[in-house]
Design a protein around this ligand. Structure first.
Ligand code: GRF
Length: 217
């Protein structure tokens, strides 16, 4: 069983998807703790309700980023995790912090990276008129939202979408994509090869050959 620590800042739906998959035995891991930089994060109450240890490290209570990250690292290291999952964790982390967890920290991002790194991804995608949007799970490196990509899922952008409806569609894809990535990591199936990640024993029958093109109708 791999030891997992989940970092959140808000509602925690991606965290909940992992807790559900662990509970169902789909992921060979155990969630040791959920840590939030926001004491009021709704996800903390959800985790506590499932008897998961929760830690709140309010970044506003620390004089600078180093002090905050030292406290965060101490809370993470206390669990001796194999994998740290950033599941809607909304703080930028320093190079030293990221390097400390190289190869064992992953992030879910609501766009098809490398397009739309950063914030407001759905609003930007709609403003650009793209017809396909999605989400990415990647290893975390110093280059924010740019580490080796583990998994992606694409969703259509519909004529009547606004940022909210598009975000809801992407979020469903996020839950599945993150669960798959964490499951693969826990099963020892991920190999980082430079900028790429290879998934060992990838099932050809489940691997889409193309993202479906629209029908003329
Ligand atoms: C997700 O869209 C995640 O990709 C983004 O913030 C949102 C967090 O949602 N970075 P939740 O807290 O997992 O519900």
């Amino acid at each position: 069983m791999k030891r997992l620590v989940i970092l959140i800042s808000g509602r925690g739906s991606n965290m909940t998807a992992i807790l559900d998959a662990v509970g169902d035995g789909k992921i060979a891991g155990e969630v040791m703790a959920v840590i939030s930089n926001r004491p009021d994060a709704a996800g903390l109450a959800i985790a506590a309700g499932r008897a998961i240890a929760t830690v709140s490290i309010d970044h506003r209570a620390y004089p600078d980023r180093d002090a905050f990250e030292n406290a965060l690292a101490a809370a993470i290291d206390a669990q001796a995790p194999d994998l740290i999952i950033l599941a809607g964790f909304m703080r930028i982390l320093s190079e030293a912090f990221v390097d400390r967890y190289a190869g064992r920290m992953i992030n879910i991002h609501p766009s098809l990276l490398p397009t739309y790194p950063g914030l407001d991804t759905h609003t930007r995608a709609i403003a650009d008129g793209v017809r396909i949007h999605g989400c990415t799970v990647h290893f975390v490196t110093d280059d924010v939202d740019h580490g080796p990509i583990i998994a992606q899922a694409a969703v259509p952008v519909r004529n009547d979408d606004d940022a909210k409806t598009l975000a809801a569609r992407v979020l469903e894809a996020e839950h599945r994509t993150l669960v798959a990535a964490v499951g693969w990591f826990c099963a020892g199936r991920l190999v980082i090869d430079g900028a790429r990640v290879r998934v060992k024993n990838e099932r050809a029958d489940l691997r889409p050959q193309i993202v479906p093109a629209p029908d003329l109708s």
